[in-house]
Design a protein around this ligand. Structure first.
Ligand code: TMO
Length: 314
């Protein structure tokens, strides 16, 4: 009997040992946190999934463009929300240099661009065309922008070329950067009372679509190279004379070393795929329901075990 127990124990240990050999490093997986709610909640949700697998996780707040260089160098391990419109160029640049790779798409279609709440169209009925918007520029003038219309863009680290687009298309607008996502929502909310026409940066999936019906401005359609080759887009002499992709991707990116250092977590990362409604809900927990991101992440995981348990490799 003793012998059998010993043999069994040895067998168990050998099995456990072979798992341990392939196990993830105990060093923390470093997850970057940015400045919009779905990314913060998703990052905590995935961090909590990794912790449930026995991994250590560390969160660092980073610039949402510079992060691609940090992933490439392995200073952070991954990025969970690579939005094509805002970060496609930085992502492509880092891919070319090497050290990071595409870890797969979420099952989501994204758009990030100039947007207006629907009441704006009452004052400027030619919308959503950008030319119609430009003809209405005076409606959007503010003390800050003089006789030009104001476009309230996102924080400076999101999209870099708003004023260049205005110049390339000969628009009578001035781009003002919001200090935070919250400043965008405050701007929309304050225009709502007297239905003041406004045009602001917005995106989908987001909580905002359930709160304020609205539309994206239709700019000349995005074509690959619009940010690299002046010949692409309607103005043959300028870059950035296109809108952002209307059906953009949402990707995950990983440091090349993640696969060997944290193989189980890496395998899970490649399987992770959130949908538009799931991402909008993550944002809503914070922006509408005023939950803390960590709490929103735990709540999301509690309510969606069937979704994420399927991504965890055993
Ligand atoms: C990067 N963002 C989703 C805020 O456009």
């Amino acid at each position: 009997m003793k012998k059998l127990t010993t043999a069994l124990t040895a067998g168990v240990l050998a099995t456990a040992g072979s798992f341990a050999f392939a196990a993830d490093s105990s060093d923390p997986i470093v997850i970057p946190i940015h400045n919009w709610s779905s990314q913060i909640v998703m990052s905590h949700a995935v961090g909590q999934i990794f912790e449930s697998m026995g991994n250590n996780v560390e969160y660092v707040t980073t610039d949402s463009q510079a992060v691609y260089e940090s992933v490439r160098l392995g200073d952070v391990t991954l990025e969970l929300e690579v939005w094509e419109g805002a970060f496609g160029a930085s992502f492509r640049a880092a891919l070319e240099k090497g050290g990071l790779h595409d870890a797969g798409d979420h099952n989501a279609v994204t758009r990030e661009d100039w947007w207006y709440p629907m009441w704006t169209k009452d004052a400027c009925p030619g919308l959503p065309s950008w030319e119609a918007l430009n003809d209405c520029a005076a409606l959007f003038a503010t003390p800050e922008t003089g006789d030009k219309g104001m476009y309230l863009d996102g924080p400076v680290d999101w999209l870099k070329h708003g004023q260049e687009r205005v110049a390339a298309l000969g628009m009578n607008f001035q781009v003002v950067n919001a200090g935070s996502a919250a400043a965008l929502w405050a701007h929309i909310a304050s225009a709502e009372a007297d239905k003041k026409p406004i045009v602001v940066f917005n995106w989908t999936p987001n909580f905002a679509e359930a709160v304020w019906p609205g539309e994206f401005v239709e700019f000349p359609k995005w074509e690959d190279g619009c940010d690299k080759d002046p010949a692409v887009g309607p103005n043959p002499e300028a870059l950035y004379d296109c809108g952002n992709p209307a059906e953009g991707y949402l990707k995950k990116a990983a440091w090349d070393g993640m696969k060997d250092k944290w193989p189980a977590a890496y395998d899970t990362l490649t399987k992770i795929s959130f949908t538009n409604p799931q991402i909008a809900e993550m944002a809503k927990f914070v922006d509408t329901d005023e939950m803390e991101p960590e709490e929103a992440a735990s709540r999301w995981l509690e309510e969606n075990e069937d979704v994420w348990k399927a991504w965890v490799s055993m």
